[in-house]
Design a protein around this ligand. Structure first.
Ligand SMILES: C[S@@+](CC[C@H](N)C(=O)[O-])C[C@H]1O[C@@H](n2cnc3c(N)ncnc32)[C@H](O)[C@@H]1O
Length: 197
């Protein structure tokens, strides 16, 4: 896709179910998800909220995409529609995740927007990441909670997802030898809720 603003426009003009996303995530989504547009992508979103993000992913990825939502709340089942399937289970329940993988196969993309509790985020990542398709993407949102005690976070706490990610950096750099810093501007951070019926 040459038009990098499709996802952002789709969010801003949403009149479907409610979506709740931070604005600054959108350039990140475009950068990492764009190559999957119009492909037969299997996209898992942990955390369905009010169902709007699932519809946004369906609009973005196109007619061949299979969008799978995972949530602990049974009422999320009502978000099912053509191309969108919902499975009920906790993201830290590995049997539930195993069932999803057995049913849908290797996901191309996993987006974790579930409980944001560190042990849950880590459990899902450790189980799902090895099962993501080659050249796939695993994105975890709202990791400010990695610094919040009520989400099992805390600065440099070894059991949080940020520390796990730092350790993976060591594994990568032991072999890859390169670090690239990209400079960019920060603008006001804001998480609008758009749509809703
Ligand atoms: C922030 S909302 C998701 C918002 C939605 N993705 C959006 O962008 O509009 C978080 C969702 O995660 C679900 N959730 C909370 N704890 C969970 C868990 N342990 N496993 C799976 N889902 C969970 C909640 O029920 C809620 O629907």
């Amino acid at each position: 896709m040459e038009d990098g603003l499709n996802l952002w426009s789709s969010f801003l003009t949403n009149d479907g179910r409610l979506i709740h996303k931070w604005k600054h995530y959108f350039p990140i989504y475009e950068r990492h998800f764009r190559e999957f547009v119009y492909k037969p992508v299997t996209f898992i979103e942990i955390g369905c909220g009010r169902g709007g993000s699932l519809q946004m992913w369906k609009r973005y990825f196109g007619p061949h995409a299979r969008i799978v939502g995972i949530d602990i709340l049974p009422e999320c089942k009502e978000f099912e529609e053509d191309q969108i399937e919902i499975r009920i289970g906790a993201q830290q329940d590995l049997q539930s995740l195993e069932n999803v993988i057995a049913e849908f196969g290797a996901p191309d993309i996993v987006l974790d927007d579930g409980s944001h509790v560190m042990s849950h985020v880590i459990a899902s990542f450790q189980f799902l990441y090895p099962r993501v398709a080659k050249n796939g993407v695993y994105l975890v949102e709202d990791l400010h909670t990695a610094y919040w005690e009520e989400y099992e976070g805390g600065l440099r706490k070894p059991t949080k997802f940020i520390e796990l990610s730092k350790n993976l950096l060591d594994e990568l750099n032991a072999d890859d030898s390169v670090v690239v810093f990209e400079k960019g501007l920060h603008t006001k951070k804001w998480a609008p809720q758009i749509g809703g019926h």
